[in-house]
Ligand binder design. Structure first.
Ligand SMILES: [Zn+2]
Length: 431
């Protein structure tokens, strides 16, 4: 059974909290001292301050280095004595090489000033750790920029000195590693898919391209097309990286994954704040599919490719982690009615347990011995909605649960509770 992993899903809610609200302690103290001497003397902007012009200048240098694809130019932006230069060299040599071969990835750097740490009121040196952001788009797959952040150290020695980059450290684990960090990769483009693979898997990628395309095309037939998106990104993985890309997923046995990529505002992320981008009409998130070696021996391969693509396309609505049935049910339902017809008896038997799991977490669903039946019963929820109210109602329901801050808000929006949906499905199933 193909999973949308719960850990990556949970990131959707847990990941969006404010990170690193700056203290601004020294500024407060300075203000208190000044006011004690009388009014109108406070000059909070005095001293050595990292300005927007400073961050913009450093950003320009990084982006110029990215444009040339010259790794030494990138390394040249960093303090020459830093211990991690070879790591930067290795990572970006591989990336530039892969990006050039793929030809469909654009990227740029963002530099920000985290609140409260970027000013020295006395005018002396300012040095701080912050988030350096690299944002990329995969043409056709990403309607907005996908972000990743690196722990970095910055310094401004005096008021008139430029902002320096002392160190680029590890990428934030929730974004890392990307498929282009773990191997030399190439890609095949079809009408609805970008299929990325390492050299060793080229013949398999070629052999399966038409089936991956068939699965992706089916997903685009079923789902509303996210604005600016006409392809799904598939990566062929191998045992050493199965389930371990983009922060990793916790479901061990699944043979395919949809990794969730929220669209966070890159400028805000560069100041340490995780703020979702909210551009009207544009998708709120995207994803990447990872296909394990085991997937390729499955007789229902096209359905797996479709299932994972539906997860990725449903991320266009993603505001908060939806109930598990709403996520897996949609993807399973998209695979077709024949699975429900074939398993009717098993679903009827499992339905009492399913009724409970609807209101529980991802663990109760995935760790149950009835997991397969839960997928099917979840799909039955949508099949029942489709029979009652049509295809539009299926999409309205999925969108409500993906796009609301809580299941209760989704129920309000729909004018129908999950309890009612479950009761209707029980009747529909004859359970
Ligand atoms: Zn799934």
């Amino acid at each position: 059974m193909a999973h949308l992993d719960r850990r990556t899903l949970l990131l959707g809610s847990a990941g969006l909290v404010l990170a690193g609200c700056g203290g601004g302690g020294s500024e407060k103290k300075a203000a208190v001292r000044a006011t004690s001497k009388g009014p109108n003397i406070v000059k909070p902007r005095t001293g050595n301050l990292v300005s927007q012009a400073d961050t913009a200048a450093l950003r320009d240098r990084l982006n110029a280095a990215f444009a040339t694809r010259d790794v030494e130019q990138l390394v040249g932006v960093i303090e020459p004595g830093d211990f991690a230069l070879d790591d930067v060299r290795a990572r970006w040599t591989r990336r530039y090489d892969n990006f050039d071969r793929l030809g469909f990835i654009e990227g740029e750097w963002y530099v920000g000033a985290p609140a409260g740490r970027t000013r020295n009121g006395a005018g002396g040196q300012v040095e701080y750790d912050g988030d350096l952001v690299f944002a990329h788009t995969v043409a056709g797959c990403d309607a907005q920029q996908v972000v990743e952040s690196y722990r970095a150290t910055f310094r401004k020695t005096s008021e008139d000195a430029p902002l320096e980059l002392l160190h680029i450290g590890d990428a934030d684990s929730s974004f890392d590693p990307s498929i282009w960090d773990v191997a030399e990769i190439d890609a095949i483009e079809t009408d609805h898919a970008r299929i990325v693979f390492r050299g060793k898997d080229a013949s398999r990628a070629k052999a399966f391209a038409s089936r991956i395309e068939a699965g992706a095309a089916k997903a685009f037939d079923i789902m509303p097309r996210p604005q600016g998106v006409d392809k799904v990104f598939y990566a062929l993985t191998w045992p050493q990286v199965d389930g371990r890309l983009y922060g990793g997923v916790a479901v061990g046995e699944a043979d395919a994954h949809a990794y969730y990529h929220p669209f966070l505002d890159p400028s805000e992320l560069a100041t340490g704040q995780r703020v979702p981008t909210d551009t009207a009409g544009l998708p709120k998130a995207t994803g990447r599919v990872g296909l394990h070696e085991g997937t390729f021996s499955r007789s229902d391969f096209v359905d797996v490719a479709c299932h994972e693509a539906v997860h990725v396309l449903a991320n266009q609505w993603f505001v908060n982690s939806p109930p598990i049935w709403a996520v897996e049910g949609l993807a399973q339902w998209s695979e077709g009615r024949r699975y429900l017809t074939a398993a009717r008896g098993r679903m009827q038997a499992a339905f009492p347990q399913f009724e409970k799991v609807v209101f529980q977490g991802y663990d109760e669903f995935h760790q149950s011995s009835l997991e397969t039946e839960f997928y099917l019963c979840s799909a039955a929820m949508y099949a029942c909605i489709e029979d009652d109210d049509g295809l539009d109602a299926v999409m309205r329901t999925a969108q409500a649960f993906y796009g609301s801050t809580s299941p209760e808000k989704a129920e309000e929006k729909l004018g129908r509770t999950q309890k009612q949906l479950v009761a209707d499905t029980r009747k529909w199933l004859g359970a």
